[in-house]
Design a protein around this ligand. Structure first.
Ligand code: SPV
Ligand code: MG
Length: 298
């Protein structure tokens, strides 16, 4: 089964889909090795590892390169956070082709205006694009994909922007009607109340996706019982990398010798395993055998 088919099957299945956020190929591989169903190539984390704001600063090509590297290394599906689609419907069309051709399984586009800012930033700019203009982007993405199992997620930012529940429901209906495969409803509240109000009132039939970064005490069982199909752990890998490196470096700069921090870092062996260093060694041995057979080596 292809990665796209795997994701489509999971979306149609009964269990909640757990998606781990990543910011490069290594973190994506660790997400995979830990048993997550899919990887979220998030704009916040990818911008952060470039030490840049999550504010449409990096270009589509820069985000694409990261997601594409993840796709090359991972067996599980990659879901790419594509912000506002990097322009209008024609940009979305081009972007969809490029992402699908790279083996990425899904794109997520949000209904804010370009340039966008991170949804969880206090006093951030969260202007909504008109419903019509965003529907045009969904239609462009659908037109561009060649396989119906390439999943188009439409992200509703009405609750983030303060436009309210009625607007969120109206837009979710419009985006489903336009052909979105799933609806991501986002919230910056500390409790899941408004998300549950949405899931309890919305009568649509495509799967619902959430990102409970701010309402982080919500239980998986509660998400499931409110008909939520996919949960994205968007930035925990980035935040642990940040704190672990900060603490280690603060200790290392004062240390007399590296061995003082030895127990706090992965072994070289751990990293060799991750990068499949022994795969190269095996390939070299195989090559040597072939060269021997051809008489180049005694
Ligand atoms: C991301 O991880 O980049 C997201 C989710 O888009 S949020 O940071 O909550 O906007
Ligand atoms: Mg983002």
């Amino acid at each position: 089964m292809s990665k796209n088919e795997i994701l489509r099957k999971k979306l149609e299945g009964n269990s909640i889909i757990k998606v781990g956020g990543a910011f490069d190929a290594m973190s994506a591989k660790l997400v995979e090795n830990s048993g997550f169903d899919a990887v979220w190539a998030g704009s916040f984390a990818i911008s952060a590892v470039h030490a840049l704001p999550d504010a449409s600063i990096l270009t589509m090509t820069e985000f694409f390169d990261v997601a594409s590297n993840m796709s090359s290394t991972c067996e599980i599906p990659i879901i790419a956070d594509c912000d506002t689609g990097y322009g209008g419907p024609s940009n979305v069309h081009h972007m969809t082709r490029k992402y699908e051709n790279a083996g990425i399984s899904s794109i997520c586009i949000e209904d804010k205006t370009f340039p966008k800012q991170n949804s969880l930033l206090e006093n951030g700019k969260n202007d909504l694009l008109s419903e019509k203009e965003f529907v045009a982007k969904i239609l462009a993405a659908k037109e561009a994909r060649s396989n119906k199992n390439f999943i188009i997620i439409a992200r509703v930012e009405a609750l983030i922007s303060g436009a309210g529940m009625k607007e969120a429901i109206k837009r979710a209906n419009a985006y489903e009607h336009a052909g979105a495969d799933a609806i991501l409803i986002h919230s910056k509240q500390k409790t899941p109340d408004e998300i549950f109000e949405f899931t309890d009132s919305w009568k649509g039939s495509v799967p619902i996706v959430v990102v409970p970064t701010t309402y982080d005490s919500v239980k998986i069982s509660d998400l499931s019982s409110h008909n939520i199909k996919m949960v994205i752990y968007a930035n925990q890998t980035l935040r642990v990398a940040h704190i672990a490196m900060t603490r280690l470096l603060q200790e290392l700069v004062k240390a007399d010798r590296i061995s003082e921090v030895k127990d706090k870092i992965s072994t070289m062996q751990d990293i060799f395993d991750l990068q499949q260093m022994y795969g190269i060694k095996n390939k070299e041995r195989e090559l040597e055998e072939k060269l021997k057979k051809l008489g180049y080596i005694n």
